[in-house]
Ligand binder design. Structure first.
Ligand code: GDP
Ligand code: IMO
Ligand code: MG
Length: 444
């Protein structure tokens, strides 16, 4: 089932199989013990990964979730978009809590920089789209995190207006580029209705060169760093940000983020070929959540949805927004597992489902013409038209947080898990029964 032939079997990827917030941070933190280098390959500070250890709660946005484990290397790969101010803030906050950050954190010199104007563009475009919403079709706004993710990746693809981490270390080059970029950006922001004064390239260049100096000890060629680690027999753990259904190519476009957040983003986002990865662990909640706009076939807009939100503390780690909640959609998860090449699954937040009389799992969609399908439809307009078809399960009342093994789960809980495994045709290797590192049932 899993390809465990040495040496690639020692490298693992952790990827979200839904619309994000599946508990990737917790799983990465757990798996860090078995790996040497933890690597982020996509996204930026739109991610919010929570790790709870012994009553302490950490929210990580740019720094890999391996950072809490001493003695491990953490790498922010070339595919990530880095907001240097946010990164330094995160470093300072973690250091203040006693986490050591020195040569154990490396940032790619080729990672693209999120500049202040990217965040302004992101927010201004969202406001503009919300205002011009036609009542018939609704708003075109995506409900982004406003962290400047889309505009930064757009500049990366545009090339001539991009700035990379390595550029922050070259003061004159940075100033020259910013003189041109600021002229263009000031005009674009004005067109979007932003009335602020034109951007000042000299001030920005000075500020970002200073940020670059502070980050200089961490900025390096991470592609060679990763290949050197592989050559030295070290094992890598790739930490996906966002999730497969938010992938720019394979998600519910256009309600997605701007990077390849499925496992397919790993090779381009790190420079490590995919053949090096033997284990791809897909992370899924025992139900579904989504933040921001876009289709969500199993969404519950009633009391049940609110109950899941409260029990699961479903409020964004990055923006604090209440998350939309609904029943588990296995059509969607199976699609993501296929695209990501998942070799196994972790089912998280299972404890949240305690206390329901009945539980539902979506196994098919009904289309407008009355036909049914078990295939996902990764296009927002089409997916918005499907009706979920459910299997119903008996619930259980026992709290399961202190359950120590899978075989000790209440019988109805065990049936729910067995059904998921059977449907996906993949082993459930971990079950999350609470937020702490120790609240995890691991299959032997
Ligand atoms: P990520 O973005 O995938 O890392 O997930 P988030 O950290 O944004 O959201 C997951 C939330 O669920 C966090 O508040 C975690 O502390 C919490 N969590 C993770 N696993 C479990 C679990 O098994 N049970 C419960 N109750 N909470 C969990
Ligand atoms: P983690 O890593 C949940 C969503 C946003 C929005 C869309 C685009 O914590 O699972 P963006 O700011 O990226 O342009 O927003 O994608 N989104 C996430 N939702 N978890 C995330 O990350 C997300 N990253 C982006 O809410 O709908
Ligand atoms: Mg999150």
């Amino acid at each position: 089932m899993t390809n465990r032939s040495a040496p690639r079997s020692r490298n693992t990827a952790v990827v979200g199989l839904q619309w994000g917030d599946e508990g990737k941070g917790k799983v990465v933190d757990l798996l860090t013990a078995e790996h040497d280098v933890i690597v982020r390959y996509n996204g930026g500070a739109n991610a919010g990964h929570t790790v709870e250890v012994g009553g302490e709660r950490y929210a990580l946005h740019l720094i890999p979730s391996g950072i809490l484990n001493p003695g491990k290397r953490n790498i922010i790969g070339n595919g990530v978009v880095v907001d240097p101010e946010k990164l330094l803030e995160e470093i300072d906050t973690l250091r203040a809590r006693g986490v050591r950050i020195a040569e154990n954190l490396q940032v790619s010199d080729r990672a693209h920089v999120v500049m202040p104007y990217h965040k302004e563009q992101d927010a201004a475009l969202e406001e503009f789209l919300a205002q011009v919403a036609s009542s018939e079709r609704g708003s075109l706004a995506i409900g982004t995190t406003r962290r400047g993710i889309g505009p930064t990746y757009a500049d990366k693809v545009q090339r001539s207006t991009a700035i990379r981490m390595g550029d922050l270390l070259e003061g004159d080059y940075l100033r020259d580029r910013l003189r041109v970029i600021c002229r263009l950006r000031s005009a674009e922001l004005k067109a979007l209705g932003v009335s602020a004064a034109p951007l000042d390239p000299e001030l920005l260049a000075t500020r970002f060169a200073q940020l670059g100096e502070r980050l200089r000890p961490h900025i390096t060629d991470t592609v060679y760093a990763l290949h050197d680690a592989l050559a030295a027999g070290k094992s890598l753990l790739f930490e996906g940000a966002n999730a497969c259904l938010l992938d720019i190519d394979h998600g519910t476009y256009p309600y997605v983020t701007s990077s390849n957040c499925s496992s397919l983003g790993i090779p381009s986002g790190t420079g490590v070929p995919g053949g090096n990865i033997g284990r791809i662990l897909g992370i899924m909640k025992a139900y579904t959540s989504r933040v921001g706009a876009g289709p969500f076939p199993t969404e519950l807009l009633d009391e049940t949805g609110s109950h899941i939100r409260e029990r699961g503390r479903e409020y964004g780690t990055t923006t604090g927004r209440p998350r939309r909640t609904g029943w588990l959609d296995l059509v969607a998860v199976k699609y993501s597992a296929m695209v990501c090449g998942a070799t196994g699954v972790a089912c998280t937040l299972f404890d949240v489902l305690t206390g329901f009389d009945k539980l539902k799992i979506c196994t098919k969609y009904r289309l407008n013409d009355g036909s049914t399908t078990d295939r996902f439809l990764p296009d927002a307009r089409t997916l918005a038209q499907v009706t979920p078809i459910y299997e119903t399960f008996e619930g259980w009342d026992e709290e399961i947080r202190e359950v120590a093994t899978r075989s000790s789960l209440p019988p109805n809980a065990a049936k729910y898990i067995a059904f998921i495994e059977e449907y996906l045709g993949l082993p459930i290797e971990m079950i999350g029964v609470g937020p702490d590192r120790r609240h995890t049932l691991v299959s032997a």
